[in-house]
Design a protein around this ligand. Sequence first.
Ligand code: AP5
Ligand code: MG
Length: 220
Amino acid sequence: MKTGVAYAGNMESIVLFGPPGAGKGTQAQRIMDSTGLPQVSTGDMLRAAVSAGTSTGIEAKKFMDAGKLVPDEVIIDLIKDRIKEDDAVNGVMFDGFPRTIPQAEALENITTVSHVIAIEVPDGKIVERICGRFTCAKCGAVYHDSFKPTSLDGKCDFCDSEDFKRRADDNADTVMSRLKAYHTQTSPLAEWYDSKGIFFVIDGDREIDKITDDILSALK
Ligand code: AP5
Ligand code: MG
């Protein structure tokens, strides 16, 4: 049983679902405290593996640079390991996983999912979002050149770091491949989860705060 968590009711692990640039990472960071669930981003885990030069990172990099999905076996192994960690005992908040039907099927044998939150943003808005994104190199806070700049010029709002980074796959060409992968391989999961009665659609083309409120309402 979860204690000290505002949303302990009938919530287990949750999935943040949506196209590249929908705001999954942005929203995950905002609802972690309310839900008490740690963010598990397969994208972040893969980027850490690439930086560390592990065999998983070397294998994944060629797919990520091309905007293609990393093979299911690699992703499922990462999740199986992550879910064994102490902070995952009461469930987790998946960000960017599952992305294929085989990944969703594997997840059924790993943990129970109570809510799949789909953040919907039209394709026409995605390139602008992705190409303006930058993150704090120290704490990972997500910003945007126009839509979510830092409050003070050049300083992270959360940790005061002045070190920021941009992702290698955040360019217009790769975004088109990522969107294609989303529409062909990931979007069929919407129907799959909808048929289980745990799929909640949120309009992601609005102010960040309003989206957060709607996600928290859906989780109640
Ligand atoms: P991953 O890192 O998961 O990337 P993604 O799914 O393409 O999603 P993003 O992280 O780009 O977007 P986001 O939804 O988190 O948006 P954010 O909050 O940052 O995956 C990268 C790669 O790894 C994949 O291409 C694949 O190769 C591989 N991979 C990962 N998981 C995999 C899996 N399960 N299976 C196979 N391969 C996998 O927001 C974006 C920008 O918009 C920010 O600048 C933000 O400030 C801004 N913003 C956010 N909300 C709003 C708003 N409401 N209004 C205006 N701007 C906003
Ligand atoms: Mg993300």
